[in-house]
Write a protein that binds this ligand. Structure first.
Ligand code: 2M8
Length: 420
């Protein structure tokens, strides 16, 4: 049921958002939420940089630097950086990053996450004009892109493959059900209670199987290429990467770098998205079964972040987004899975609820394509969610009630941006 919150005006909502981010700052990075997520997560940090760019550029810079302390010598930016000793599963004893030569001194996971950092750096520059910070951080983000191109182009067409559902940021999305079914469900020890809630039963065992096998193969690119059973080209991950490549190309002159490699990469991603993932809308491709995964999720709209996407593809994708399969049927933007899918579940994380970060990304896409009405709907609908239910992790797309954690950092950070 919808919780009653006293009415708040924009200024009060902004103060509340800043208060949440202040409380979630550990001194060495912002945790996504107190309790459940006690470390620093990669794409969460990028959203926090974006949200703080106007209000606390100092903190935004520290947030990005703190995350980049976790970058591996391979260029890989890990999906979790562990700054504290607080318990979380899967923690440092699962990843054992300290046993790997390429890992940094700080403990991290061995997987990566959507590469939003190039766009976040561009956003920060746009609001601060701080070219020195661009010069300082450009090489790290360029190395992240080189890592993806060198070791994750498992399909050979220019897209980066995710090798674990956690790398998508949309852990339990129905898009991973098919490829996950091919992974052994071997039980390792006791399932942590909070995990059981989010990923019931055998899915959790499959997540752990994938992580342990990749770790035991020394996080080797050869193992990913030849043996790892989960490899998926995801339109959201690659749409974000494309946007970051374009952002980096714009920043390149400030860093004394050549924009050409970023532009060439963006071009390859654009073509591969259409050649390999488009069939009336964008779907993820299971590289091991070599077929499209025909469930339409919010991830389908990631390629809209590309200003170079043709008007015809933009129109077709937006029609799906605005239809009764997505926004047209729910009171609030944007369900994480199309509501007519058998797998849709309005109560379960990435299987139905609405999220502030994907709403923000789609609002950004609307701006890129001058879709003003859609942009306003996304911004207003998202602000309505947080005004009514608070900075929750996600929301019921029909009645707007909050789900998951409270005081969730990216919900607060992106609210600050939407209020501006
Ligand atoms: C969720 O993912 C973590 C695993 O990385 C989890 O379920 O424990 C996802 O929503 C992901 O997108 C997010 O980055 C993370 C922290 O907020 O939580």
């Amino acid at each position: 049921m919808m919780e009653a919150r006293p009415a708040v005006d924009d200024a009060a909502l902004g103060r509340e958002a800043l208060g949440v981010l202040e409380a979630n700052w550990t001194g060495a990075g912002t945790v996504p939420a107190p309790g459940l997520y006690p470390h620093q997560w990669s794409w969460d940090s990028a959203f926090i940089v974006i949200g703080l760019a106007r209000h606390r550029p100092d903190r935004a810079r520290d947030e990005l630097l703190s995350l980049l302390r976790g970058q591996w010598a391979t260029g890989m930016v890990p999906h979790i950086v562990f700054h504290t000793r607080e318990a979380y599963f899967p923690g440092p004893s699962v990843w054992r990053s300290q046993e790997h030569d390429a890992a940094p001194g700080v403990l991290t996971s061995g997987l990566t996450a959507p590469p939003l950092h190039g766009l976040a750096l561009w956003w920060l520059y746009r609001h601060t004009g701080d070219a020195a910070f661009v010069r300082a951080t450009y090489p790290a983000i360029a190395a992240q892109h080189d890592y993806l191109a060198a070791t994750r182009d498992l399909g050979g067409a220019g897209l980066a493959a995710i090798v674990h559902p956690w790398e998508s940021g949309m852990d339990d999305s129905p898009a991973w059900d098919e490829p996950l079914a091919a992974v052994p469900a071997i039980r390792y020890g006791n399932r942590p209670v909070e995990m059981e809630e989010r990923h019931p039963g055998s899915d959790h065992d499959r997540y752990v199987w994938l992580a342990l096998h990749y770790r035991d193969a020394g996080y080797s690119p050869g193992y990913l290429r030849d043996e790892h059973p989960f490899a998926v080209e995801d339109p959201m991950f690659n749409g974000i990467w494309l946007a970051s490549c374009q952002a980096m190309a714009e920043l390149a002159p400030l860093a004394g770098a050549d924009p050409a490699p970023q532009l060439e990469r963006a071009e390859r991603i654009r073509h591969a998205l259409l050649d390999r993932l488009w069939d009336g809308c964008f779907f993820a491709r299971d590289l091991r079964a070599d077929r499209l995964i025909r469930v339409c999720t919010v991830g389908a709209f990631g390629p809209l972040l590309d200003p170079g996407l043709s008007a015809e593809h933009v129109q077709a994708a937006v029609e799906v987004l605005e239809s009764a399969r997505f926004m047209g049927a729910t009171g609030y933007p944007v369900p994480s899975c199309e509501i007519r899918a058998a797998q849709f579940d309005r109560t379960r994380y990435w299987r139905g609820p609405s999220w502030v970060n994907t709403n923000w990304l789609l609002r950004r896409a609307a701006t890129v394509h001058s879709l003003d009405h859609l942009g306003r709907q996304l911004a207003h609908g998202t602000l309505r969610l947080v005004r009514q239910a608070g900075f929750r992790e996600c929301f019921d797309p029909f009645d707007g009630s909050g789900r998951g954690c409270r005081d969730f950092s990216w919900s607060a950070a992106l609210t600050l941006d939407l209020l501006a």
